[in-house]
Design a protein around this ligand. Structure first.
Ligand code: KIV
Length: 257
């Protein structure tokens, strides 16, 4: 097994796994110093392109952003989201996942879903493609964006699917917006790491979208903590630039040839 992936698995029950989603080189370079996993998430559909859902994201968009992110990553594990309608059956998934890996040199791909895609995941893993799972709220197929695990039948289904994904061969899985005690049960009942987003600190690691946590993407959801307000800083810098251009303070001689 790939060394980087093995080291992620080994972190379970020892140290929390730090992950973030990013979509471009310069930011990925900063993340690489502090993260175990950098995900090129299809959340870029809503965060960067204002799409109504991640269902509109194409494979070529994912590949282009991933090529950029790859340039910024030296040490962390790079995972790329397989977008909607690119893994409807094993043949399609294998063809597209191979393309993603070949073109982006990523370490693994992430697929959303449980029972419906477990055979597809098995095929990818058999073909030496490392796969990260994704359960709970599934943005590619969600009808609403409510958290999961309130009802018993839903809890049982998600737990069952987590075990199924583990058997299918995923090396870890994202748990998105699920109730805290369910996250705890899943995390206890599988040997691979769980990475939570809106799924409490009962998971083996956490993931957020970088643009959300730095306040670049102006959203307000319960599971995001804003660590800074980068919009304010950028706005201040641009205002100063505009003032200096207008007052002819910029550029000075030292900025000129
Ligand atoms: O698309 C994404 O960025 C994700 C993470 C938020 C888990 O799937």
């Amino acid at each position: 097994m790939n060394k980087k992936i093995l080291s992620i698995i080994k972190k379970k029950n020892k140290t929390k796994i730090v992950s973030l989603s990013a979509y471009s080189k310069n930011l990925a370079e900063i993340l690489d110093k502090h993260c175990d996993i950098v995900l090129v998430g299809d959340s870029l559909g809503s965060v960067l392109y204002n799409y109504k859902s991640t269902r509109e994201v194409s494979l070529s968009t994912m590949i282009e952003h991933s090529k950029s992110v790859r340039l910024g990553i030296k040490k962390s594990l790079m995972v790329v989201d397989m977008p909607y309608n690119t893994y409807r059956n094993s043949k399609e998934a294998l063809k597209n996942a191979k393309k993603v890996i070949l073109k982006t040199k990523c370490d693994a791909v992430k697929l959303e879903g449980g029972k419906k895609i477990s055979a597809i995941i098995k095929t990818l893993v058999k073909n030496n493609i490392p796969v990260m799972g994704h359960l709970g709220l599934l943005p590619q197929s969600a009808k609403n964006f409510k958290f999961k695990g309130k009802k018993n039948y839903e809890r049982e289904k998600i737990l069952k699917e987590a075990k199924l994904l583990e058997t299918a061969g995923v090396f870890s899985m994202v748990l998105e917006c699920i109730e805290s005690s369910l996250a705890k049960t899943i995390t206890k009942n599988i040997k691979i790491p769980t990475i939570g987003i809106g799924a409490s600190n009962n998971c083996d690691g956490q993931i957020l979208v970088l643009d959300d946590l730095i306040g670049l993407n102006p959203i307000n959801v319960r599971f995001v903590k804003k660590y800074t307000n980068i919009r304010k800083d950028i706005s201040k810098a641009v205002l100063n630039y505009a003032r200096e251009v207008k007052s002819k303070k910029f550029p000075l001689k030292k900025h000129s040839y």
